[in-house]
Design a binder for this molecule. Sequence first.
Ligand SMILES: Cc1cc2nc3c(=O)[nH]c(=O)nc-3n(C[C@H](O)[C@H](O)[C@H](O)COP(=O)(O)OP(=O)(O)OC[C@H]3O[C@@H](n4cnc5c(N)ncnc54)[C@H](O)[C@@H]3O)c2cc1C
Length: 410
Amino acid sequence: MSQSEKATQQIRTTCCIVGGGPAGMMLGLLLARAGIEVVVLEKHADFFRDFRGDTIHPSTLELMHELGMLDEFLRLPHEDLRRVKVQFEDEEFVGADFSHLPVRCKFIALMPQWDFLNFLATQAKRYATFQLLMDTEATGLIEEGGRVVGVRVKTKQGELNAYAGLVVGADGRSSILRERAGMEVEDFGVPIDVLWFRVAKTVTDTEPALGRIRNGKMLVTIDRGDYYQCGYIIRKGAFEEIRRRGLEFFREETVSVAPFLRGAVGEIDDWDKVKLLTVQVNRLRQWYRPGLLFIGDAAHAMSPAGGVGINLAIQDAVAAANLLADKLREGDCGIDDLRRVQQRREWPARMTQAIQVFIHRQMFGSRSDPGKALSISWPVRVLLWLLTPLLRRAAARVIGIGFRAERIRI
Ligand SMILES: Cc1cc2nc3c(=O)[nH]c(=O)nc-3n(C[C@H](O)[C@H](O)[C@H](O)COP(=O)(O)OP(=O)(O)OC[C@H]3O[C@@H](n4cnc5c(N)ncnc54)[C@H](O)[C@@H]3O)c2cc1C
């Protein structure tokens, strides 16, 4: 053993989860609750960042109820979104109505994702078997005889080798683990990216539209109490051109889609306040290798279309916990067990991504053309008007619950 290897700290656990996003934190909580030793590694020092999406879906609220945490969870500041309203040009219509869903909470709870993740962390820390290491970044895999047996980790204190019976890659769409593991990724090409920024709420709208499409531009406004978290949809590659044209141009673009923001956009006075979020839709052909499993965006990166990625990530975590807890406890988590997780969760991911790709094609075309305006094809507009009541229910089901709802069985 070399001198540097001797200096490397080591930990051993039953399950090491890389990534403290919705997928990783939920899996950590469920395994710890089942008495299984689990370590979650998160590369950031806290959760207080603008993630991508603040939507806690009816299915997740149902899981909170199953865990006996719903009341406590709903005491956190949030907004209830009972219907998703979308505005096309000057007309408003209801895109999804959650009031018919067969669940306790017939709404999406709009809550900053850091509050949600902090809540999961607080709950998980009640169990002695749970450990969350923040500011701790996985940099590679440790393999022995063709099996993943741990991860190499960078911490403020130095290098760490985390050995585990199972490593779970829940490190999101830019997953370093899936790259290191040489996993094959199927990419579906996305013509858009999102500019993410916030503006103060200067007018009170009792039920504001979540999405607005006007003059070939699209803006999402998520109500976060005293401000709006905004997502301005752009063609892939168009950000440089927008920056070149300047902040005044960008503010005017924003106001042209959402005139009610005119009094507030002045606060976007630095490009540092506008973050480019790159949208991807892709999926691993195989979600596992011996000793290693991928879930959430690391297994299937989701577009923001429909706002369902968090839901899928959470549902993956529940399925993985249900299928693997006993095996992990027995120290016998084999390749067939990992395959079962993919078999259970691939179909919902596949169906959801197919819908997202369809929406992208209809709204933005299949090719990325930074100069082309966004538009909604006429067949889609006609369909929306003809089938609205039916679509509302179907959309609510897909967004609120998804294609295969998981229940906690451990
Ligand atoms: C612009 C945009 C808007 C979106 N809006 C919504 C929405 O409104 N609703 C919705 O449901 N979905 C939305 N999504 C999709 C959603 O964000 C993802 O599907 C969801 O966050 C996936 O959860 P996850 O836990 O798998 O991954 P992530 O949320 O990406 O979490 C991964 C975690 O791993 C950590 N990490 C990464 N690498 C390492 C490493 N090497 N070591 C340790 N930690 C690491 C990261 O810091 C992060 O905390 C949006 C996506 C985009 C791009």
